[in-house]
Design a protein around this ligand. Structure first.
Ligand SMILES: Cc1cc2nc3c(=O)[nH]c(=O)nc-3n(C[C@H](O)[C@H](O)[C@H](O)COP(=O)(O)OP(=O)(O)OC[C@H]3O[C@@H](n4cnc5c(N)ncnc54)[C@H](O)[C@@H]3O)c2cc1C
Ligand code: FES
Length: 264
């Protein structure tokens, strides 16, 4: 669903940064306007340095909201994210948001939400979990990574882990783990799936959800520039029921889509 809500571009003070593993930090920003309006699945576009390098902003999911503050979970993979992870408390960055649409939690009456995430895809799950709990839903987190060092289960509850190499938890992919546990979880009532992670993982999850006829929202990633529908840098093809394949701008009509719409 395309959300229309006010967005702001504000200079936000970095309140604190916590390195939670070698290459991932949680950064707390003072952003009252964004904190008050954010919904799970929304993201912000951050100018990570006060110089022209890097020129473009970088998109990050909103990991958590507490009062006037938002938390961002950042994995250092290149110049922008490493600069952001190295930022110091007391400095500031320009933050545009809240952007994009959100996960849908009131489209039908489900009892249990299964949050399926891989790698840095766990970033939006903390805020989503908190919101689902407020709505009276039971939440189970299925979290996958290549090894135990890639799992980011901090701040999430009811976690079941999967690693490709078996270094902790279930040995296999997070979708294999879902396949193993689904029947037992289904005994407790209706389910909705929520996914975020690498796009290949989301394709497998989308196929799985369709085969099992379970509602599923997924949050996709693409390269982004402006974050507000101007640069056309984030176009993604999706299926539609009536028009065949259609191109959307992920920053406006995403990042969350119904898994049925993913071109697999
Ligand atoms: C809607 C959305 C939400 C996101 N949320 C988060 C989040 O919560 N936490 C987080 O750490 N990251 C998140 N990302 C990804 C993050 O924006 C990128 O990692 C970041 O822009 C990379 O910037 P960089 O300057 O460090 O890397 P660059 O120096 O620009 O690139 C380094 C390498 O990473 C690749 N790369 C760049 N962007 C992406 C991407 N989006 N996906 C995969 N590979 C990429 C490049 O092709 C290049 O090979 C999100 C992306 C989107 C679109
Ligand atoms: S990022 Fe510019 S149009 Fe989507």
């Amino acid at each position: 669903m395309l959300e229309t809500h006010p967005i702001v571009d504000v200079r936000a003070t970095i309140i604190k940064t916590r390195r939670i593993c070698t290459d991932v930090s949680i950064i707390t920003l003072n952003c009252p306007f964004i904190a008050a309006r954010a919904k799970p699945g929304n993201f912000v576009n951050v100018k990570v340095s006060n110089t022209s390098q890097p020129l473009l902003r970088r998109p990050f999911s909103i990991h958590d909201v507490q009062g006037d503050f938002i938390d961002i979970m950042v994995k250092s993979i290149g110049c922008g994210t490493s600069l952001f992870c190295d930022s110091e408390a007391g400095s500031s960055v320009m933050v545009l948001g809240p952007l994009g649409n959100c996960f849908t939690i009131d489209d039908y009456d489900f009892n249990t939400a299964i949050l399926v995430s891989g790698g840095i895809g766990t970033a939006p799950m903390r805020f989503l979990e908190k919101t689902l709990v407020v709505h009276g839903k039971k939440v189970i987190n299925l979290i996958g990574g290549r090894t135990k060092n890639d799992l980011l289960a901090q701040n999430l509850s009811n976690c079941r882990l999967a690693t490709d190499d078996g270094s902790t938890g279930f040995k296999g992919t997070v979708i294999d783990l879902l396949d193993r546990d689904l029947r037992d979880i289904e005994k407790e009532g209706s389910i909705k799936l929520f996914g975020c992670g690498p796009n290949p993982m989301l394709k497998v999850l989308a196929k799985f959800s369709q085969e099992h006829r379970i509602a599923c929202d997924i949050s996709l990633e693409s390269v982004m520039g402006c974050g507000i529908g101007i640069c056309y840098g984030c176009s993604v093809e999706i299926n539609t029921t009536d028009e065949g394949i259609r191109t959307i701008l992920l920053c406006r009509e995403g990042p969350v889509i119904d898994a049925k719409l993913l071109v697999v």
